[in-house]
Design a protein around this ligand. Structure first.
Ligand code: SAM
Length: 482
């Protein structure tokens, strides 16, 4: 059950509808977090203007791009295997070019380009607007590289094309990079310092999505609660902003309210929240607007104060529990999920039990749970020995997963007998006769299709559940949120 995001979409080729005048074919695969999938939509949009249509057939491609993830060693190993496959295809299609995008770009550029020579192009997460030049360079037979991290780039002016979209739910990036410097995490090194996107461009993108028929957006960032727009620039430079910039700055609660008011019929979600930056202002804003979903992804990583400190998570176990209490007081039926890391350097059995007891306190709806993976360049890799044996990490991870499964079943069973609003996202994976959608609290619901349609809000009576899914029957359309 170890999970990054939706495992089923990892590495699947992403497609958009073809433009007749485009003659070249782009095959693009994405790995890792939602930010990467969202970035691939920006890349496809930029390359559509350069004469590329997407294809799902690797063997047909003129350009193959893989949007990579460095968060754990396993993610990098998967991408390396794919690069070997691409190179095997290239033997029969010598004109085909291969490029690496995203988080592995900065870390492995010289290795991939010069030592192993398995790619033609390496492009970091802030350099996608340079793709037209880089593609021209590889067309002329030179290797191309741009991994410069930017202080400004947010791609606010690029209208992403939606790849493999269900036409109902979409991601909208609001921040890039991260300033938190958690000691285990490679993100600040691969994606740079934190900057926020102009709120007007966020609202404009949400308005356009509404016009195109989308009914739910997820505002995306490594740490959305840290969102701060004061006219552009790095979050860390806010102190140097002018008085007028400070007075007119928009924080995350402000942005949420702007988006919720701009499109009252659109469901709004966001991810990821960081406990040290999440304010009660945000929680109260969620409570104030009916169209902001009652769901918070609130990674904690460990329940032990000693380990939280070693991870440089800037809150204690007690402060986290207080935040959970406050959320539940303001939004009693709020869905809450976690990320957890088992076997961080120095983690004792006592620390591990503290993690289990914190989980017992919160009883999360679901979670994403990982064994610690040392990442080169991080503070933990430089200062701490990766001293927990693999089998101990695995055993602790299994205990965390088993407890989460118990809590997930407890949470899904709380929905039994209730009638809840569900947005239909598409057919159920297991049955053509059933729709799949989600409640406001982000729990998956499956129910018979009857006369209902994708993109509609329906009221579903919940009759049964597993630990991951609610089963029910629609009893009518939901009242329009507008
Ligand atoms: N920005 C979010 C935060 O800090 O809470 C999430 C960032 S990350 C893309 C998603 C999750 O991967 C993290 O919450 C963490 O649980 C996990 N992760 C990050 N680095 C890891 C590492 N070195 N080993 C194992 N898991 C890791």
């Amino acid at each position: 059950m170890e999970k990054v995001i939706d495992e089923s979409v990892q590495g699947s080729p992403l497609m958009i509808s073809a433009d007749q005048k485009n003659k070249r074919k782009l095959y693009i695969e994405s790995y890792g977090c939602q930010m990467n999938f969202s970035d691939s939509e920006i890349v496809a949009s930029i390359l559509a203007n350069e004469g590329f249509n997407t294809t799902s057939e690797l063997e047909d491609a003129d350009l193959v791009l893989v949007n990579t993830c460095s968060i754990r060693e396993k993610a990098e190993t998967t991408v390396r295997r794919r690069l070997e496959k691409f190179n095997a295809v290239k033997k029969h299609r010598p004109h085909m070019k291969v490029g690496v995008l995203g988080c592995m770009a900065e870390r492995l550029k010289s290795q991939l380009l010069e030592e192993e020579k398995i790619v033609d192009m390496v492009v970091g997460p802030d350099a996608y607007k340079d793709l037209p030049n880089l593609v021209r360079e590889v067309d002329e037979g030179r290797n191309a590289v741009n991994v410069i991290l930017s202080k400004e780039e947010t791609y606010g002016d690029i209208a992403p094309v939606r790849l493999n979209s269900n036409g109902v739910t979409a991601f909208v990036s609001i921040t890039r990079g991260c300033d938190n410097m958690c000691t285990f995490c490679v993100v600040p090194f691969t994606r740079g310092r934190e900057r926020s996107r102009n709120p007007q461009s966020v609202v404009q993108e949400v308005n356009e999505l509404w016009e195109q028929g989308y009914r739910e957006v997820t505002l995306l960032g490594q740490n959305v609660d840290s969102y701060l727009w004061y006219g552009g620039g790095l979050k860390k430079d806010f102190e140097k902003a002018s008085d007028i910039q400070k007075a007119t700055a928009v924080d995350f609660a402000g942005l949420l309210a702007m988006v919720a008011e701009a499109q009252p019929g659109m469901r709004i979600r966001f991810s990821t929240s960081n406990p040290q930056d999440m304010t009660l202002d945000v929680v109260r804003t969620m409570a104030r607007y009916k169209n902001i979903c009652n769901y918070i992804h609130l990674p904690v990583q460990s329940g032990s104060n000693r380990i939280l400190k070693a991870m440089n998570r800037l809150h204690t176990r007690e402060e986290y529990m207080q935040l959970i209490d406050d959320i539940r007081q303001i939004i009693p039926d709020c869905g809450i999920s976690q990320d957890m890391i088992a076997g961080f350097p120095g983690e004792t059995e006592e620390d591990h039990r503290e993690t289990l007891s914190l989980m017992e306190y919160v009883k999360y709806d679901f979670g994403f749970m990982f064994a610690y993976s040392e990442r080169p360049g991080t503070l933990a890799a430089r200062k701490l020995e990766d001293d927990i044996p693999d089998q101990v990490k695995k055993r602790r991870l299994q205990e965390i997963i088993a407890l989460q499964q118990k809590h997930s079943l407890y949470r899904t069973s709380q929905h039994l007998g209730k009638t809840e609003e569900v947005l239909i996202e598409g057919p159920s994976r297991k049955s053509d006769e059933h729709w799949m959608g989600r409640t406001s609290s982000n729990t998956v619901v499956v129910f018979p299709k009857e006369h209902y349609e994708v993109g509609q809000f329906v009221m579903v009576r919940i009759d049964d559940c597993t630990s991951a899914t609610l089963l029910g029957e629609a009893v009518g359309h939901a009242e329009n949120m507008e």
